[in-house]
Design a protein around this ligand. Structure first.
Ligand code: SF4
Length: 274
């Protein structure tokens, strides 16, 4: 069996976002990447063989040094450039087709009530669901490729499949949907940790949900994303206290530390022979 290799890099430019999604896994410790840190990171990733980049955050369009500039730097270095955005600050036109190859947009229900509860807007008159349907129509109008991501949680478990039906209609009407990504709710970060009691689902529920979606045989690719920390093809990069952090190393260290702590605790619980 061929070994898979990490070729997709997610750069988390900063933690700031203009939304407060209930399941947000972003960690507030992420620092604002400086332009120099950003271009250094790009050069390092290129040397390491990454060729596909996802600009994320927080919200990448809110990066104070300018998302278009970031995308341009990446494009000039030969990356395939994706932007994972909540769409709030996206321009209303083709949105930088010269530098951005694809957008990743969220859709967490096929009707406004559930989606807008999970993804409340902190400003603006209309809801985020309405904005997403507008952004998808905009991408179709400009013949732009898009990936749609959905976080499966307790709130949408019973009806998330309607999103698949909606996306099938989107494709039938000319939308360029690259894929539908199904993420499992993770009880971490500034949103997920605080809403785990409302949103958590079991491994089995997630597996069943994805199997149900696959059984629909939709005319697009479906990716199952139980936990991106264990992805074989994607790694994450951000800055903390002036240092570049690499997701695969950080999470490996945390797992090792956790295993060590558990062993230590078990050793403490052993009755002493004597
Ligand atoms: S999950 Fe929501 S709050 Fe978190 S970064 Fe994305 S859009 Fe912002």
């Amino acid at each position: 069996m061929a070994l898979s290799r990490k070729t997709i890099a997610v750069i988390m430019l900063h933690a700031h976002c203009d939304m407060r999604c209930m399941f947000c896994i972003t960690d507030n410790r992420l620092e604002v990447m400086t332009p120099q840190q950003y271009t250094d990171t790009l050069d390092t990733l290129r040397q390491q063989g990454f060729d596909n980049l996802v600009l994320g955050g927080g919200e990448p369009f809110a990066w104070p040094h300018g998302l278009p500039v970031a995308a341009q730097h990446a494009k000039e270095r030969g990356f395939y450039v994706q932007v994972g955005t909540n769409g709030v600050r996206m321009p209303d036109d083709a949105a930088y087709p010269q530098w951005v190859d694809r957008y990743v947009l969220p859709l967490d229900a096929a009707t406004p009530t559930i989606h807008n509860r999970l993804r409340p807007l902190s400003r603006g008159d209309s809801g985020h669901y309405e904005l997403m349907t507008r952004r998808l129509a905009q991408m179709r109008r400009h013949d732009r490729a898009v990936t749609v991501s959905t976080v499966i949680s307790r709130a949408n478990l019973d009806n998330f499949i309607q999103i698949g039906d909606y996306l099938a209609d989107y494709v039938a009407s000319g939308g360029r949907l690259h894929a539908w990504h199904l993420y499992r709710f993770i009880p971490e970060g500034r949103g997920g940790k605080y809403h785990a009691h409302q949103l958590a689902i079991s491994d089995q529920e997630f597996d069943d949900a994805v199997a149900c979606a696959r059984a629909q045989r939709y005319p697009f690719t479906l990716f199952k994303r139980p936990n991106m920390q264990h992805s074989a093809t994607v790694d994450f990069f951000w800055y903390e206290q002036g240092n570049r952090c690499v997701g695969s190393k950080r999470w490996q260290q945390e797992q090792t530390q956790q295993a060590f702590d558990e062993t230590d605790n078990m050793a403490c619980m052993q009755p002493e022979n004597g």
